[in-house]
Design a protein around this ligand. Structure first.
Ligand code: PLP
Length: 224
């Protein structure tokens, strides 16, 4: 029996302010779940494995806007560059350079977000505050005509403590404001704050998210 994808999606959308976009995270879920959400009008979906994304892109409607949300190895960029709408988790200059190269080959401009490392959890991924400013001060990105840095992305710690989650979102928002004013004040497209998942998206929205990435409460638990 299929999870009530349509009902769950409607519920989530009802909780979102008009100006917050939903990225429906469909990783590990079958095409029929994505089609159900699509029938409800959802067009932005997120995946974190290149091969799974490729199969879904090939077999599902072409007006779906795919976001790559996970850690992306540089050698996989070429596979998604022809069609991906946004790469959300860019956390190195090397990756940014590869996206620029592959986007140019495909005659495209690919939107990206810079991923912050704020959560306390030990993870290899994401830019510390210092690394973020180093990347931006380096200035190489200014020469890139096939990538567009559209904002910041982050994951809060996976904890019950609402105050901690909130303070991590606030930190991300203050970084966004500072980066916006120092590097992107003339760039209208630098406007995205991608934070909030199933368990914390209501807090994220209160703390300035413009884009929530939600899987479990729409599609049900993932079977890995
Ligand atoms: C899987 C994933 C999500 C969605 O998580 P849920 O808890 O299922 O809503 C959001 N962001 C990233 C980066 C993910 O990998």
């Amino acid at each position: 029996m299929m999870y009530d994808v349509k009902g769950n999606l409607r519920q989530v959308l009802a909780n979102l302010p008009q100006d917050v976009r939903l990225v429906a995270i469909s990783k590990y879920h079958p095409n029929e779940y994505i089609e159900a959400a699509y029938e409800e009008g959802q067009r932005i979906f997120g995946e974190n494995h290149e091969q799974e994304l490729r199969q879904k892109h090939e077999s599902l409607p072409k007006d779906i806007r795919w976001h790559f949300i996970g850690h992306l190895q540089t050698n996989k960029v070429k596979f998604i560059a022809p069609y991906v709408t946004m790469i959300e988790a860019v956390d190195s200059l090397k990756l940014l350079q590869e996206i620029e190269k592959q986007a140019a080959k495909n005659n495209r401009v690919i939107d990206v977000l810079l991923e912050l490392h704020i959560a306390e959890e030990e993870t290899k991924y994401g830019l510390t505050d210092q690394a973020l400013y180093e990347l931006l001060d380096g200035g190489e990105w200014r020469e890139m005509t096939h990538v567009r840095i559209c904002g910041l992305m982050m994951m809060a710690s996976y904890v019950d403590d609402e105050r901690q989650i909130r303070s991590e979102f606030r930190h991300a928002k203050s970084l966004f404001d500072d980066v916006k004013s120092r590097y992107f004040s003339d760039a209208d497209y630098f406007c995205e704050r991608s934070w909030g998942m199933s368990h914390d998206y209501l807090i994220a929205v209160e703390e300035g998210s413009t884009m929530v990435r939600i899987g479990t409460i729409i599609f049900g638990p993932r079977v890995y």
